[in-house]
Write a protein that binds this ligand. Structure first.
Ligand SMILES: Cc1cc2nc3c(=O)[nH]c(=O)nc-3n(C[C@H](O)[C@H](O)[C@H](O)COP(=O)(O)O)c2cc1C
Length: 280
């Protein structure tokens, strides 16, 4: 068995690296471990060329994405750790995440693999949506997220606290199936489908998970507020949901190819507004 740790912080021996190493070190010795620092990889932004659609075509950009995807395919489980930057994840998580269009319908080699995530934020209550951004990345990689932790630690090394290390060890157990998946986010109501804490609440009491789209309803029993969700599983992140999304994107591309003459006429006049400035 091989577990891959992905670290999205450029900081050497920073909190993310330490947490990833703690989780890996908590695993039995016979498990092979390897780590990749995402900021060491040369992976450029998606160019929105849609050349990777329909499913089955590789991304046309030749960079380190294939290396990363191959290492994930070769692993049996994945640990992803990112610092919180400006309330979201580190930018590599988003940049690489955008490139995952090419594997939206390519679940072989990814699905069925367990993943745990950790996020580190420096300022109390400033964790923003970093947890969700990292979990989203894992889900678009078709991985099964079985647990997450969010740790407040500003300076490198501050994450090394007994309760944090205990949580890291527990996540390691879940990763290899020695402990059951469990999701919690400090008293928050989580989506039943994908365990996201990002829920949009309507005045009517309806809730919609911003991440997986699951719909539910808030209710109050005594002082306690809870949410009942219709579906157990997150439609958007299910294997069928991912395939459906890849098909929809391929259809959008087809529509573009069929209508590009018309669309070109609509776009053309905007060329006249030539206000671009660029660094010399
Ligand atoms: C560019 C930048 C943006 C940051 N934004 C946030 C933030 O929005 N919220 C927060 O709590 N901490 C923020 N931090 C602090 C880091 O999350 C914190 O220092 C963390 O421990 C870094 O993890 P690392 O040691 O693995 O790099 C930011 C740090 C940097 C460098």
């Amino acid at each position: 068995m091989r577990i891959l740790g992905l670290v999205a912080s450029p900081r050497r021996l920073g909190n993310s690296e330490i947490l990833a190493k703690e989780i890996l070190a908590s695993l039995p010795d016979e498990i092979e471990k390897e780590m990749i620092r995402l900021t060491d990889l040369a992976i450029g932004p998606c160019r929105a060329c849609y050349a990777c659609l329909p499913a089955g075509k590789d991304c046309v950009l030749e960079d380190d994405l294939d290396f990363l995807l191959d290492r994930i395919r070769a692993a049996d489980g994945v640990v992803i750790v990112s610092p919180c930057y400006f309330l979201g994840s580190h930018t590599t998580v988003k940049t690489i995440g955008d490139r995952l269009i090419s594997v939206l319908a390519d679940q072989a080699g990814f699905s069925g693999k367990r993943c745990v995530t950790a996020t580190v934020y420096g300022i109390p209550d400033w964790e923003g949506y970093a947890r969700e951004a990292v979990r989203n990345f894992a889900r678009f990689l078709h991985l099964e997220v079985v647990g997450s932790m969010a740790v407040q630690a500003a300076n490198p090394g501050e994450a090394v606290r007994p309760e944090v290390l205990a949580q890291a060890a527990e996540l390691a157990q879940r990763l290899i199936g020695a402990a059951s998946p469990r999701e919690e986010a400090a008293g928050a109501i989580l989506c039943k489908g994908c365990a996201s804490s990002l829920l949009q609440v309507a005045r009517s009491g309806e809730v919609r998970c911003v991440m997986c789209g699951a719909k539910g309803r808030l209710s109050q029993d005594g002082g306690e507020i809870s949410a009942a969700f219709a579906a157990e599983e997150a439609g958007r992140f299910s294997p069928e949901g991912m395939e459906e999304h890849a098909r929809r994107l391929a259809q959008v591309k087809e529509e573009y190819l069929a209508n590009r003459g018309e669309l070109f006429k609509i776009r053309k006049p905007y060329e006249n507004y030539d206000w671009w400035v660029k660094p010399r």
